[in-house]
Design a protein. Structure first.
Length: 203
């Protein structure tokens, strides 16, 4: 079982160096080819130091994903749900799409997809620290809007799943495959279309 590094973080220069080295190795070599020796060398620490911070390679990968989410998504721009539904959903959708389409996120996603069948714990760690956390945030946002009577949402999780599904549309899949975007397809147009669909369904 993957250790949840969020519950017992050890903020230190060595820990950050390990995460930096691990991220570089995972993205350059893939999950299977990355060794703890390589991470130790990149971070200029011993393997014993790595294991003092992370119980396994799975836990190390989960921590890399967790840090990526903490550093670049929900800390800036996430709505508190106190305003209008359209404004809140546009802000949330923009935050999620910006994170989703970032080159590092795309690269990490490809690593996970390539290894998921052989490494189910890796897939689980990625889900819990990445998409799962995003879905939790969206669910809480929809629940708050419903409680205020701004939207009529019977099941906030279903609404969050629908919204996330619409965000992962053509723009996401084209960039994932390295294909150019058609004219007029942007983060802004994707988020706006998803928001309008949700508002028509739940207003």
């Amino acid at each position: 079982m993957v250790k949840n590094e969020r519950t017992a973080p050890r903020p230190s220069a060595k820990r950050e160096a390990i995460l930096d080295a691990a991220q570089a190795c995972f993205l350059e070599q893939g999950y299977a080819a990355t060794s703890m020796d390589a991470v130790a060398s990149g971070a200029t620490v011993s393997k014993a130091t790595i294991y003092a911070h992370f119980a396994s390679k799975d836990a190390l990968f989960a921590a890399v994903i967790c840090r990526r989410c903490d550093n670049s998504s929900y800390t800036t721009g996430w709505p508190d749900g106190s305003g209008e539904a359209r404004e809140a959903l546009l802000a949330a959708g923009t935050v999620l799409m910006t994170l989703l389409l970032a080159p590092e996120t795309m690269a990490m996603y490809r690593v996970v997809v390539a290894e998921a069948v052989r490494q189910p714990d890796l897939a689980r760690a990625f889900w819990e620290e990445g998409p799962g956390r995003g879905k939790e945030r969206l669910t809480a946002l929809f629940a708050g809007l419903a409680e205020r009577g701004v939207l009529r949402v019977a099941d906030p999780w279903v609404a969050a799943d629908q919204f996330a599904g619409m965000l992962r549309a053509e723009v996401f899949h084209r960039l994932l495959l390295g294909l150019p975007l058609p004219d007029g397809r942007t983060i802004e147009t994707t988020v706006a279309a998803a928001v309008e669909t949700l508002l028509r369904a739940y207003s």
